[in-house]
Design a protein around this ligand. Structure first.
Ligand SMILES: Cc1ncc(COP(=O)(O)O)c(C=O)c1O
Length: 480
């Protein structure tokens, strides 16, 4: 069931998801319609995206340097894709540029190479970040982490304190728009105002934010303006290998690109190089035109539905889920548990079930429920250790085991995460399975692979090759 009215603009989204009705095999040999609750990792494609690609692919050709009709058409589509993504995030494109790359991680790494941080300056980030918005900065600058509250929210008093402590020395504030672990939304515009007042710029990692809320960079002279935004297409229904970095042209024109080569230059002599304009100089080599067209088609589809409608649909679903999950015996939900505060987060809910390890719980849901979730630490180790309230001794023991190649005691959680198309039936399927598992009512005899932490049912042959196969497996090739 859809938690929002059938007349809502989000109502048609479910039927526009590629593969929404696919049945998958279960451990008991039956088939079940797949329930995808792992959208924070990657969303399925929207039909709008595959339709756009079906129309585009027959005309696909090289961009920028080709003179044929198809090249001219592909160049137009690629250029328009930049404009559409600029519009999607509310950027003023007279002063900002949209740079396509692989994903959010690459975009942040790129910015970390280009963003000037003086030897006395710091980058202020938070304990809540995905590793992709933390590690790239650690190798470039002194990084200061703002703490999270025990419940996992940003400790804004600590933010203010650290901004004051490093007064005049904060080059950049970099925060996630929404957490990929707890779903908490950050007060990005308020933080922008504070960062600017302190003379710093702000980067918002919108990888989890953009699929759920309207990104508003705001005018460049607005104190709440977001200086840089990064996002990934595979988290917004266009899984074709593209991400984007949006930021002021001025910064990228100030120096040569960190990657250079074909496409980045206007003139090259044996002695000299004149870099091309933007975004070309920042997109070295032949670009992923198909990925850019897909990303733009997804952005258009989301804009047509309206991000406010998507947010309302997901809020209703979060409130419904929290209500239902709370009734599962032995469940521990992390972050926000009050359905009345669903508007403070995007559709990401982490939990654990007493007596069942997170790895095993996720495995049972997958093998026996046909439900896709994720478990572990979600590339946010410091934040997950904090949410689990582990002391340094416990965390240290686990880290030592992990470094020794044993993941069996790795702490973590199971994460359910919504896309704009999930409905209450999906939640009901998950909750019913959780009740069953809490009663010990599952069939598989699961074996732990210590090296990966994965639980695999014994005596089960995963029939993957019956569903998709690029080439015969070794076993099949041997019997041919
Ligand atoms: C908040 C956040 N930031 C960054 C990333 C990295 O995104 P990508 O893997 O597309 O580079 C993720 C991915 O899960 C994320 O959730």
């Amino acid at each position: 069931m859809n938690p929002t009215p059938a007349s809502a603009p989000t109502a048609t989204l479910r039927s526009r998801i590629v593969g929404i009705d696919k049945k998958v095999p279960l451990l008991n040999g039956e088939l079940a319609t797949y329930v995808n609750l792992d959208n924070a990792a990657s969303t399925p494609a929207l039909q709008d995206v595959t339709d756009a690609l079906d129309r585009f692919m027959p005309y696909y050709a090289s961009v920028h340097r080709g003179t044929g009709f198809k090249s001219r058409l592909s160049t137009l589509a690629y250029d328009q894709a930049h404009e559409i993504i600029g519009r999607f995030v509310g950027a003023d494109l007279s002063r900002n540029t949209v740079i396509f790359g692989k994903n959010t991680t690459e975009a942040i790494n790129k910015l970390s190479y280009r963003f000037p941080v003086g030897p006395d300056q710091v980058v202020l980030t938070t304990q809540i970040e995905h590793h992709s918005n933390d590690l790239p900065w650690r190798s470039r600058a002194k990084v200061v982490h703002v703490r999270a509250t025990p419940a996992g929210r940003l400790d804004e008093e600590d933010f203010d304190r650290k901004l004051a402590q490093y007064a005049g020395r904060v080059a950049l504030v970099t925060v996630t728009g929404a957490s990929n672990v707890s779903g908490f939304l950050q007060p990005i515009h308020r933080l922008a105002r504070k960062a600017h007042a302190a003379g710093a710029k702000i980067l918002v990692d919108a990888a989890q934010f953009a699929p759920h809320r309207q990104v508003e960079m705001k005018p460049d002279d607005d104190p709440e303006h977001l200086d840089f935004v990064v996002l990934s297409a595979h988290k917004m229904y266009a899984p074709y290998g593209t991400g984007a970095l949006i930021g002021p042209k001025e910064l990228f024109l100030a120096s040569g690109p960190e990657y250079c080569g074909g496409g980045t230059v206007d003139v090259v002599t044996l002695e000299d190089v004149h870099w091309a304009g933007l975004p070309d100089r920042e997109e070295a080599g032949s670009p992923n035109v198909v990925g850019a067209v897909a990303m733009a088609a997804a952005a258009q589809a989301l804009m047509a539905v309206g991000m406010a409608h998507i947010a309302a649909h997901e809020e209703a679903l979060i409130a419904y889920s929290l209500e239902k999950l709370r009734a599962v015996p032995g469940i521990r939900i992390y972050g926000e548990t009050d359905p009345g505060r669903a508007h403070e987060k995007v559709g990401v809910i982490p939990f654990n079930l007493a007596g069942v390890s997170h790895f095993k719980l996720a495995a049972i849901l997958g093998y026996e429920g046909g439900i896709g979730v994720r478990s572990g630490c979600f590339c946010a180790h410091p934040y997950v250790v904090h949410l689990l309230n582990l002391d340094e001794h416990e965390a240290g023991t686990w880290r030592d085991q992990l470094l020794g190649g044993d993941k069996s005691n790795m702490p973590g959680m199971v994460r359910m995460s919504f896309g704009c198309y999930n409905n209450t039936d999906d939640v009901d399927r998950l909750v019913a399975m959780l009740h069953q598992i809490a009663r010990g009512d599952y069939q598989g005899d699961y074996r732990l692979d210590r090296a990966t932490g994965e639980y695999i049912p014994t005596n089960y042959r995963d029939p993957l090759e019956q569903y998709f196969l690029l080439a015969p497996t070794t076993a099949q090739a041997g019997t041919a």
